[in-house]
Design a protein around this ligand. Structure first.
Ligand SMILES: [Zn+2]
Ligand SMILES: [Zn+2]
Length: 418
């Protein structure tokens, strides 16, 4: 496993979880493309059955550089609105074991081979080189900085999904992604002599967010909110009235349709992302739908909801604290949602694009809401690099360095190994 704060002197080998115990998956078919062998693997009690034969675990070793394994069913988009099972092909080797009665599949792979796949899993391989290179340096830095280490308990450097970084094997690998990895091999984003914790999300919606407003962590000088365009002056978007006014326009942001139109965007997004307008979006819910979501997601049985009010917004207008007021058992009831993640989790049957939204409710004071409309901006937490904005920058001729230093302030790019 990678060690936090340690700069690599040579290309590291990393462990990526493809199927986790939490997926509760009991079977998978794996093909070895080189010798055409097929393994049907099942988890049963505390052991595995491989083609019907009982064993503790199985290690499929990638014997050559071109060795490829095909896995027929791997989760993508765990817990998000785009969740599905996909078939993937991976290089490297595979460790398969039974953990708590379920399959646990780890892919051991060289960092650079992994990164080629991340670039085209996060965005399509047809993207311009500057975007793929910026994305690859960000993905490399984030992983090796190892600040989050979300799966330390499982001994993993990352999982294969949006929770860490989207890794869908070599299936979508393009010549462009290969060159993006080769051209940036060993290059990291550095601040204060440390590898940067380079967070990124799909679309900031026009302004990126300060890291401490999204995660419980110290403010980082290079993870400040920035306007995603050329203009320098910005209204105070933590003020709801100003944010509502600002939301009506696109302001020439790199992630707006001015730089990347919707039709073009479809060909640049990775294969898992469905079409959608992420820069500006809208959802309308009835009182019953709101009650159902609140009840199911936070287990608070309201009789009815009277109002939903943003209490605190971050730099980008993302709501970081929100109040729901109503009645339960004929008594006044109030609850607070205290993070952008929780707000996004509650205000969509699956998961809301972002917490940068305004609430339009059509009701009079002290009567139940008839329906509410959420009008919002962006997709994701909005901290660090904006992927669609980076695409807009790359399409308008900016370099990978321009992109990285636009989103990550005061940083430099440094090569740490050949
Ligand atoms: Zn993860
Ligand atoms: Zn953006």
């Amino acid at each position: 496993m990678l060690v936090r704060g340690k700069k690599p002197k040579k290309e590291p080998l990393i462990s990526v979880g493809l199927i986790l115990p939490m997926d509760k998956q009991n079977s998978i078919t794996i093909y070895n493309d080189l010798d055409q062998k097929k393994y049907f693997i099942e988890s049963e009690n505390d052991h595995l059955l491989v083609n019907g034969k009982k064993t503790e675990n199985i290690n499929l070793i990638g014997s050559s550089k071109d060795q490829i394994f095909t896995l027929d069913r791997v989760p993508a988009g765990r817990g998000f609105h785009w969740e599905k099972n996909i078939s993937i092909q991976v290089a490297g080797s595979l460790d398969i074991s039974n953990k708590n009665g379920y399959l646990f599949v780890i892919n051991q792979i060289n960092l650079e081979s992994y990164l080629m796949c991340v670039a085209t899993s996060e965005m399509s391989g047809n993207c311009p080189p500057a975007l793929l290179e910026a994305q690859t340096i960000a993905a490399r830095s984030w992983l090796v900085a190892a600040v989050e280490q979300k799966h330390l308990d499982l001994g993993l450097d990352a999982c294969n999904d949006d929770c860490c970084q989207r890794y869908q094997g070599i299936g979508n690998l393009s010549e462009q992604a290969r060159s993006a990895a080769n051209n940036t091999r060993g290059k990291f984003l550095i601040f204060d002599n440390m590898i940067c914790d380079t967070r990124y999300s799909k679309s900031c919606g026009g302004v990126s967010e300060n890291n401490e407003n999204v995660w419980d962590m110290e403010p980082k000088p290079y993870l400040r909110g920035v306007f995603d365009g050329c203009q320098k002056e910005l209204p105070d978007l933590s003020n709801t009235t100003k944010f509502a006014e600002w939301l009506k326009n696109s302001h020439g942001c790199y992630c707006s349709n001015n730089y990347v139109n919707e039709e073009e965007l479809k060909q640049y997004l990775g294969s898992v992302d469905e079409k959608g307008n992420y820069f500006r979006w809208e959802f309308t819910y009835s009182q019953n739908q709101i009650l159902k979501m609140i009840n199911e997601k936070i287990g608070q049985p309201f009789d009815h909801v009277l109002s939903i009010d943003p209490i605190e917004r971050g730099f980008s207008g993302r709501i970081i604290k929100l109040k729901i007021s109503g009645e339960a058992n004929n008594k006044p009831q109030e609850i607070f949602l205290e993070s952008e993640y929780e707000i996004r989790r509650v205000f969509h049957p699956e998961f809301l694009y972002s917490s940068a939204f305004i609430i339009n409710a059509n009701s009079s004071i002290n009567s139940p809401l008839d329906k509410i409309t959420l009008k919002g901006a962006g997709w994701g937490h909005g901290v660090g690099l904006c992927q669609i904005g980076s695409l807009g920058m790359a399409l308008s001729g900016k370099s990978s360095k321009d992109i990285l230093t636009h989103y990550f302030l005061s940083t430099t790019i440094k090569k740490l190994y050949d």
